[in-house]
Design a protein around this ligand. Structure first.
Ligand code: SAM
Ligand code: SF4
Ligand code: SF4
Length: 368
């Protein structure tokens, strides 16, 4: 098992000065989500839905990883990986014009040109809304600020358990301790309201989801839930399908929705939580919109319908719609890319508005 350098976890290690560090480094438009940007995101999203173009375009910038998680087939370095440069990613963003993009992997912080990639994807009008998905092993205060300055809007940091079991699950010693120092430190020091824990619900962490919400609250950040799929590893023991597990899932999702209505910092919209329950109950969900509401870019710059079809590449999205989406009968995942982009237009717009307001609240609370 690998382990972490704890010295990197200290947010706030800079000597205190009159002017906050971020004010010198990050222009205001990079840390505020203005009403104007929120409107542009909503408008672009709506336009793309009407034109059958992806609302969300995730980039898997590498499939190498420094963890080796139990729910994921990735892990370890791919020495001969073919990686496209930032210019190829820019071309794809210009062609598809998504409202939002994810930078993910593998572990995106392993790319030495990650800041250039962020700058290439972020266009001059502030779009797409950019979500950086990471295990945060290599995240430090400086990297957080550099990524923010380059154009990241949201940091989505994966967390599977509310304690050291996270280390065992991810095969990385000290990772939970690192996160529990770094993330609340960044939230408190900068108050950008842009850090979200991302938890894939599976059978073993199901009893701990409410604790994870409490943990997020105590760290001053939000939490988002997605659904485990066996597609990556075939590991059935993490799946939720036994009647007693499904009963626990229904109960817990009900508790999460009730906690949300009392102000818990959960950003997953209720319709997504309900569909997550339906997905586990049925073992799949039909009518996947991969290729239409979302598509995915592989490390080599190939455009594919989703990360689970990494070799099904198309030259254009129109070709993908015709040759993949129209006949796609796969319904085997309900990960967040699918869950978020398949919402109704009304849910998508009102959910975005709620997330925007929640971020503003969170920013105000922690910058006070
Ligand atoms: C593939 S990882 C890539 C980014 C980064 N390495 C990380 O772990 O955050 C993206 C997200 O997928 C989740 N994930 C991995 N395997 C999964 C599975 N079998 N089902 C659902 N989500 C999964 C991870 O927990 C993580 O939140
Ligand atoms: S979930 Fe993320 S951190 Fe874990 S092995 Fe997969 S890519 Fe790596
Ligand atoms: S359900 Fe859709 S997004 Fe999920 S693996 Fe199948 S094709 Fe891909």
């Amino acid at each position: 098992m690998r382990s972490i350098n704890t010295a990197d976890s200290q947010a706030g290690a800079h000597p205190s000065q009159d002017e906050p560090a971020f004010a010198r480094r990050i222009p205001e438009h990079r840390y505020q989500i203005s009403g104007g940007l929120a409107t542009r995101i909503a408008w672009r999203g709506l336009r793309n839905i009407l034109r059958r173009r992806p609302v969300l375009l995730p980039f898997e910038v590498t499939r190498s990883c420094n963890c080796s998680c139990r729910h994921c087939q990735l892990g370890g370095t791919i020495p001969d990986e073919v990686q496209a440069g930032p210019e190829r990613y820019r071309e794809l963003v210009e062609a598809i014009q998504p409202a939002a993009s994810q930078i993910s992997g593998g572990e995106p912080l392993l790319r030495s040109d990650i800041l250039d990639i962020v700058r290439a994807i972020k266009q001059s009008d502030g779009l797409p809304y950019l979500i950086f998905v990471s295990n945060a092993v290599l995240l430090t205060e400086d990297k957080y600020l550099d990524l923010k300055e380059a154009g990241v809007n949201q940091f989505s940091v994966s967390l599977d358990f509310p304690d050291d079991r996270h280390d065992a699950f991810r095969a990385y010693r000290g990772l939970f301790q690192h996160l529990s120092t770094l993330l609340p430190g960044l939230a408190k020091k900068y108050g950008f309201g842009d850090i979200v824990i991302n938890t894939a619900i599976q059978r073993e962490n199901l009893p701990h989801l409410m604790e994870m919400i409490d943990l997020a609250r105590s760290w001053g950040i939000c939490i988002s839930f997605s659904a485990y799929t066996v597609l990556r590893t075939g590991e059935e023991r993490l799946d939720i399908k036994a009647p007693k597990d499904l009963a626990q899932l229904r109960r817990t999702l009900g508790e999460i929705m009730a906690a949300k209505s009392r102000g818990a910092p959960v950003i997953t919209p209720d319709p997504v939580l309900k569909r997550t329950c339906e997905y586990f109950e049925r073992g799949s969900l039909p009518n996947c919109a991969a290729g239409r509401r979302s598509a995915c870019v592989m490390p080599n710059g190939d455009l594919v319908p989703c990360a689970y079809f990494p070799t099904t590449a198309f030259d254009t999205q129109e070709e993908m719609l015709r040759e993949f989406t129209s006949g796609n009968e796969c319904g085997r995942c309900f990960v967040s890319v699918r869950a978020y982009t398949e919402q109704s237009v009304f849910d998508l717009l009102s959910g975005s508005l709620r997330t925007y307001l929640q971020r503003r609240r969170s920013r105000r609370a922690y910058s006070a």
